[in-house]
Write a protein that binds this ligand. Structure first.
Ligand SMILES: [Ca+2]
Ligand SMILES: [Ca+2]
Ligand SMILES: [Ca+2]
Length: 280
């Protein structure tokens, strides 16, 4: 520890290799993020049709076409509603309830659970809704945040006017291998109309309806449609990040930087690209 304090950079390398036995060195981690920035694409400013156009190009039509039978959620498609993240729906700086349309509202929550600011994340390759502040415009998880151990994530709450079923959440910027063999991960929690928790599950490339190796969008960092395992229609869900690898991994760069801004610890972070669901 003394050596670490005197030589932060060397100490970090030793520290990370010692505790994490990680395949990702800090250098690789940073270059990964840098690569994301360099390769960043702005497909279009008004991206309400982002996903569909990309899907059309690649003929990945099994999960996001408006009119095709969905391979995983069959039955009738008549009442299926699909929404794609767009900056156009944001009002009042993303503060308070945001109307996504079709009876769906969104709300952002900060690391400490207080009301946050919903933003449209365009920092890297996959664009979607995230939460302002912390590390990125994505939904960020931290072990250490502003000098305190919090083990908590920013969250987005998705609220349905009518009970929703057959929910598929498409996440973006979720690295399949970043930081851990299982990569960046998150979780969802579903609630009934009285805010009782009725189900929960995980987010990650492993959970993709297309399989871990298939990205929904070409040149994506990590866009995956994930079907929620629900036994009953629900009135709201919250989505949040977890530590790398379902919480099994260790954060990166915790000690490499001054973390007082809350900006430097690298852990799981992702955004909300779209959702599809059915109503009763
Ligand atoms: Ca954030
Ligand atoms: Ca990350
Ligand atoms: Ca990420």
């Amino acid at each position: 520890m003394k050596k670490f304090l005197l030589a932060p950079f060397l100490g970090t390398l030793l520290f990370l290799s010692f505790i994490a036995c990680s395949e990702d060195t800090p250098t690789e981690e940073m270059s990964t993020e840098s690569d994301e920035e360099v390769v960043e694409e702005t497909n279009s400013e008004d991206t309400s049709d982002d996903q569909n156009s990309d899907s059309d190009e690649t003929n990945n039509d099994d999960s996001n076409n408006d009119d095709s039978e969905d391979t995983d959620t069959d039955e009738t498609n008549a009442s299926t509603i699909e929404l794609t993240a767009s900056p156009n729906i944001l009002t009042n700086n993303g503060e308070g309830l945001q109307d996504w349309g079709n009876g769906v509202s969104l709300r952002a929550l900060k690391i400490d659970g207080s009301a946050g600011q919903l933003v449209y994340d365009t920092e890297f390759r996959d664009e979607g809704f995230g939460v302002a502040g912390a590390r990125w415009d994505q939904i960020d998880y931290y072990v250490m945040y502003q000098g305190q151990e919090v083990n908590a994530s920013e969250k987005i709450e998705i609220i349905f006017e009518d009970p929703a079923s057959d929910i598929v959440v498409t996440v973006g910027m979720m690295g399949a291998n970043e930081g851990h063999p299982d990569g960046e991960t998150g979780k969802w929690t579903a609630f009934d109309q009285n805010r009782n928790e009725v189900a929960q599950g995980e987010f990650g490339a492993n959970e993709s309806t297309l399989g871990k190796e298939v990205k929904l969008v070409d040149n994506s960092y990590g866009t995956y449609p994930i079907a929620l395992d629900l036994s009953t229609p629900v009135y709201s869900i919250t989505i949040e990040a977890t530590g790398f690898g379902y919480g099994e991994g260790s954060p990166k760069n915790v000690n490499s930087y001054n973390n007082e801004s809350g900006n430097k610890e690298n852990n799981s972070d992702f955004n909300l690209v779209g959702i599809s669901f059915k109503t009763e």
